[in-house]
Design a protein around this ligand. Structure first.
Ligand SMILES: Nc1ncnc2c1ncn2[C@@H]1O[C@H](COP(=O)(O)OP(=O)(O)OP(=O)(O)O)[C@@H](O)[C@H]1O
Length: 782
């Protein structure tokens, strides 16, 4: 688990000045506190809990609300922006708070770590006094025990309290409000002498920021209480079916603000009997510009009602909304101020890329990390979502989802994804909030999210309901600092990894193919068995290997790929020198000089160079075109020098330039894009890996190799620069400087004169400047 887990508290506070004061002011009876055992493991590692028992007016057995003090978090921006100081402007408990607080007869603090027994039964839905019909439908869905947020909300909700709540993604917030509301409606109906029939008006209104979320809430409520009439209304589809459904009589209306207003204003939706209001993802309402609409709707609701607001953060508008429209709300915060904001079970990786290489490696990430399961890739723009999805489709089934896609198509796409008709959904942040798609194994942040909350919500599409998943953040060097702040803000740690090596992709592909074999029909297997037996007899295991390669899409061997630039057709090699046999320090120039002496063609074709950070190692990694790298590896090396092919990059010096580096050099970086002539390597039918078309780089320009190198990235040695002097200054800028100073050596493909008169670099052999190692007076025999 990449994210560290620390204290998670359940904070229940009235207009509280601080959690500590709260602990004193809202004290609790010394009643046994029942916390979920599972919560101990998965949601709470350390919990300072104060419990408070209300008279059992709720009808819930063992009805205890719990109050916990989470230790203040100095480092959590998310929390700070969210709930911290929510009630700062009103630091004292008002009369109603006191009244509520005083209802307790006993007061006690219970330290859960001190060993309070947790009663498993407490969370069992059969022990909560819920209506039998509700219990049955929940059990049918394999929901047998409450999740912590559901447990925390249940009692105060049943007591009629207004509630503001926050919990991590995928932890069951929908049923947190759903269960108490359904219980109240169900019991209300059961107690009626004359049943509500015909044109009954809605008793519950749920507001959601997106159509997808609204539909999801609708289906969660419908599945839990099929006997209630639940209608979902949202824009982008015709009014008539929604109008008809409302006119037939309804118990619960779930909707997005725009369409709700239309229906209210046309008098189709009447809110006069609404008893429960739920605002789901309230902060997101603000983000998508629904503030006015939401307020307009809230104004139309009966003042006698119970309101519950779920929000990940507490921007000013949401605070204002709570003050204006909620009645003395109880705040339940299961995230806490100093903890990681991500659900447990989400493993986090970060991968350094460039804007070009991310396209190249995306498919491989999906292959290696999702292992054939479902993946959601998040992009910043709709255009990117379309393009990335299209490019992926060459090798992996994929669809795009964003706001420009028609509502019908969005639903079709989501259904197809849910049903596993395709495995990769490429989406903008329209899908980052609330979407509950079971068994998403991998989330890829193709672009950095705009803020920590978005990161949490995107990542939270995996690892839901206690399951495991992975999230990968792709970032460029200029974004390295942002990644670090993200770690601080979210309270998590990334595992920094390199893009998958060719071998990893092959292995993962093979495993996926093998997994699919189990699904081949027995009769088909029988039909092919004689041929298989004959093949095995003739060719042994290689026949099966060939079949696996073909099925994996690798009928031809894939070309290698640079570990530095991720460019196809390049190989990354490592040069290591024995310090006892060499002088001076390793620099880019050293590499150039070394190659010039050992294999001049390699020096000509040299790509990027990085020096290894470990000071005990005199070494560098560098890129060469695949064939030239192979050739170099056959050459005799001078004593004390080793050249090897690397599959994983060592830690490199100056691993990332300062944040403004790409600002200054961004044009150069862009001009160096493209796989150029190395594209179209030798990959098989897989559609691009190595063949350049898994993510064809055509649209990215073509300048890197041919002629473009000298103007390439400032991280690359410019074309032909090997003979340039470039004394002093950063190694990384050498190529560029030299190519302008010594043009005769710059143009690749042109005649390359090895003229020592122009050599002002250092000798690889003795370290003196002005001559090459081959001309070194102290030349060793090798
Ligand atoms: N008590 C439970 N036991 C088992 N599964 C549950 C339970 N409660 C909810 N679930 C399931 O967990 C999944 C996540 O629930 P839900 O979508 O309500 O989470 P959420 O907290 O609203 O997530 P998000 O913050 O991403 O919107 C759903 O598939 C839901 O059916």
């Amino acid at each position: 688990m990449a994210c560290s887990s620390s204290i998670i508290g359940v904070s229940v506070y009235h207009k509280n000045p601080s959690l500590e004061q709260l602990s004193r002011k809202i004290a609790a009876p010394a009643a046994p506190l029942h916390l979920p055992r599972s919560a101990d493991k998965t949601h709470f590692t350390s919990l300072k809990v104060t419990s408070r028992l209300k008279p059992n007016s709720s009808g819930v057995s063992g009805g205890s609300a719990f109050v916990a003090s989470a230790t203040a978090a100095p480092n959590s921006v998310l929390s700070e922006n969210a709930f911290k100081g929510f009630f700062d402007e009103d630091n004292s408990l008002d009369d109603s708070d006191r009244e509520y607080s005083d209802e307790s007869e006993n007061e006690a603090s219970i330290d859960n770590d001190a060993g309070n027994a947790v009663d498993d039964d407490e969370l069992s839905i059969t022990k909560l006094g819920l209506p039998q019909r509700l219990v049955q439908s929940l059990e049918k869905r394999e929901i047998t025990r409450l999740f912590p947020i559901q447990r925390a909300v249940l009692v105060p909700a049943l007591e009629g309290r207004d509630i503001i709540a926050r919990a991590k993604t995928g932890t069951g917030k929908t049923l947190a409000f759903g269960i108490p509301i359904i219980k109240r409606l169900t019991e209300d109906d059961e107690e009626r002498i004359t049943p509500r029939r015909g044109q009954r008006l809605p008793r519950v209104l749920v507001l959601a920021p997106t159509r997808e979320l609204a539909k999801q809430v609708e289906s969660e409520i419908k599945e839990s209480a099929p006997y209630l009439s639940t209608v979902c209304v949202y824009g982008g589809v015709s009014y008539s079916s929604q109008q008809n459904a409302l006119s037939r009589g309804v118990d619960v209306v779930v909707g997005t603000p725009g369409r709700l207003i239309d229906l209210i204003d046309s008098n189709t939706l009447k809110l006069g009997e609404v008893q429960f209001l739920v605002l789901d993802e309230a902060d997101q309402m603000l983000a998508v510009g629904f503030e006015e609409d939401v307020e307009h709707i809230l104004e139309k609701l009966p003042s006698e009602r119970q309101s519950m607001l779920f929000s990940a953060t507490m921007p000013t508008w949401v605070k204002k909304l709570s003050r204006k429209y909620l009645n003395n709300p109880l705040t339940i915060d299961l995230v806490g101020d100093q903890d990681e904001k991500l659900a447990e079970g989400i493993k986090l990786y970060a991968i350094p890329t460039t804007s070009t290489s991310k396209r190249t490696i995306l498919g491989d990430l999906v292959t290696v990390y999702a292992k054939g399961g479902k993946t959601i890739v998040f992009t910043q723009t709709k255009r990117d979502a379309d393009e990335v999805s299209l490019a992926l489709t060459n090798s992996i089934t994929s669809e795009a989802l964003h706001g420009d896609i028609s509502q019908h198509q969005r639903e079709r796409t989501l259904n197809g994804f849910r049903q596993g008709k395709f495995t990769v959904l490429v989406a903008t942040d329209v899908a980052s909030r609330g979407l509950d798609i079971p068994n998403v194994d991998l989330v890829i942040h193709y672009e950095l999210p705009n803020d920590p909350e978005t990161f949490v919500h995107r990542s939270g599409r995996t690892g839901r309901a206690g399951k495991e998943g992975s999230a990968i953040l792709m970032f460029t060097n200029s974004q390295r600092r942002t990644v670090r702040s993200l770690e601080r803000d979210v309270g998590c740690k990334f595992e920094f990894v390199s893009p998958p090596a060719v071998e990893d992709v092959l292995e993962a592909s093979a495993q996926q193919v093998v997994a699919t074999l189990a699904g081949v029909h027995r009769e088909s297997v029988e039909f092919f068995t004689p041929t298989a037996e004959k093949l095995i007899e003739e060719q042994g295991a290689s026949a099966l290997a060939a079949a696996l390669a073909q099925l994996s899409g690798f009928s031809k061997p894939p070309s290698s790929r640079s570990l530095i630039t991720h460019e196809q057709g390049w190989t990354t090699l490592q040069l290591t020198r024995d310090p006892a046999l060499s002088r001076g320090f390793m620099s880019a120039r050293t590499v150039t000089g070394f190659l010039a002496d050992v294999y001049a063609t390699a020096a000509d074709e040299l790509g990027k160079i990085h020096i290894i950070a470990d000071e005990r190692v005199q070494g560098a990694v560098f890129d060469l075109p695949e064939e030239i790298a192979k050739e170099l590896l056959t050459k005799d090396m001078p004593p004390g020098n080793t050249v090897t092919k690397v599959t994983k990059l060592p830690v490199l010096q100056d691993d990332g330039p300062a944040g403004d580096f790409y600002g200054r050099f961004s044009n150069r970086e862009r001009s160096s894009r493209g796989a150029g002539s190395r594209r179209g390597g030798s990959s098989g039918s897989r559609g691009g890996w190595g063949g350049g078309s898994r993510f064809s780089s055509d649209d990215e320009g073509d300048s890197f190799r041919r002629g473009g190198r000298s103007g390439g990235s400032s991280w690359s040695r410019g074309g032909g620069s090997r003979t340039g002097g470039g004394g002093g200054g950063s190694d990384w800028l050498i190529g560029e400087r030299r190519s302008s100073r010594t043009p005769s050596f710059g143009a690749r493909g042109g005649s390359r004169t090895r003229d020592s008169r122009n050599f002002d670099g250092a000798c690889f052999n003795c370290g003196q400047s002005g001559h090459r190692a081959s001309e070194c007076p102290k030349k060793r025999d090798y």
